[in-house]
Ligand binder design. Sequence first.
Ligand code: AMP
Length: 447
Amino acid sequence: MGKFAELGLNKSILRAIEESGYEEMTPIQSEAIPCILKGEDLIGVAQTGTGKTAAFSLPIIQHLVKGEGKRNPKTARSLILAPTRELAVQIAENVKTYSKYMHFRTTLVYGGASQKSQVKEMAGGVDILIATPGRLLDLENQGHINLGEVEILVLDEADRMLDMGFIRDIQKIVARLPKQRQTILLSATMPKTVEKLANSILKKPTRIEVAPGSTTAEKVEQHVLFVPKERKRALLAHVLKNKEIERVLIFTRTKHGANRVAKNLDQLGISSAAIHGNKSQNARQKALNEFREGEIRALVATDVAARGIDVDGVTHVINFDLPNEPESYVHRIGRTARAGATGISLSFCDHEERPYLRDIEKIIRQQVPLMEDHPFHQEGMELRNNGAGKEAKEPGAAPDAPKRRNNSGKHKPNRRINQPKSHSAKPGSGGQRKGRPTNRRARPASA
Ligand code: AMP
């Protein structure tokens, strides 16, 4: 993996990168940055956790150096579109970090908050505008934003934007941008809808695919626990007795489900908060900050609310419900094992969710190892993969030991839920951060 210094970036940018503790580029960065610097349009198939934000932010900042300080009222020189407020906030934090030694104005425009301060910030024009599509269009329609001077457009998490119904808004926004521009599209998956959008707005794009569905999945130690639906709460309480589960993201399919789980955790004396679409922006941000600071141990979330959550040191992801879209599984478990760290995921699966598990195993191209070693194990669920065969028992394995299998079919050593394990970062395929362990315990309290 290459070094950032070889990219020919401005000294101030390199200084900021160094201070962030990044030593080497991640795969998406070493492929995408040179391309974007050359002015090419780019499609990047990459998931969160791969370092994709820096992959597009750094060359944009470099590009903007040329006309530093050249801003016209209400305009933006570059525009980054994101599906959710959380992701937009996250991107802005990254961009501000990387451009802290430049004289850039970066601003955020998103819904669910008063437009007043956003309008004020846009009045003088900005270098980098990070926005969710709905509010951006709204402010543009009101005449507060002029999109006619955008030089670079980024669509981040394009698949999720389309899932959330933003296609028309995106088309309208693109129609108002100059035809002569550079366009970058990032997406965790490339369904036909995203392909079609890419074809309509990018010119001769270079395509980079660094994280096919299985890459995140390979870094995460995954387990599935078969359990009847009505015993899931008891199973969660049992699992959380394990103190190794220091910082856990718990996913439910519905908002009500998230509230119920959070309430249940409260009753058990486990500090938690729920985030989902019915919560105000402030409540979501507060919960996220508390989780990030380690003030609460568990964050219960729905898929949409969890987009863009960038919290280091998430030791475990628990799928209280399996997602009905298999791609969401990859997104979910990718919240642990970020940038070089490893993580563990536990998926609770009841009888009705078996088809979801099958779909998941198809896209991650591996079987999720079964963990039977818990008091609520549901018998009779052993037939896996469309009944293609019972999962083979490892020769000589203890009769009730959890079976683990990776995609190469080899068995790894067994581990029980309550068996101690250290989660310190292992050398991964991604960039490593200097002096900043992903293991929360090892981090100073002020970090
Ligand atoms: P992203 O995929 O953009 O959400 O980034 C995931 C995490 O990786 C963020 O916390 C970044 O700060 C971090 N990161 C990005 N690039 C690098 C790098 N080259 N080395 C170490 N960490 C990085």
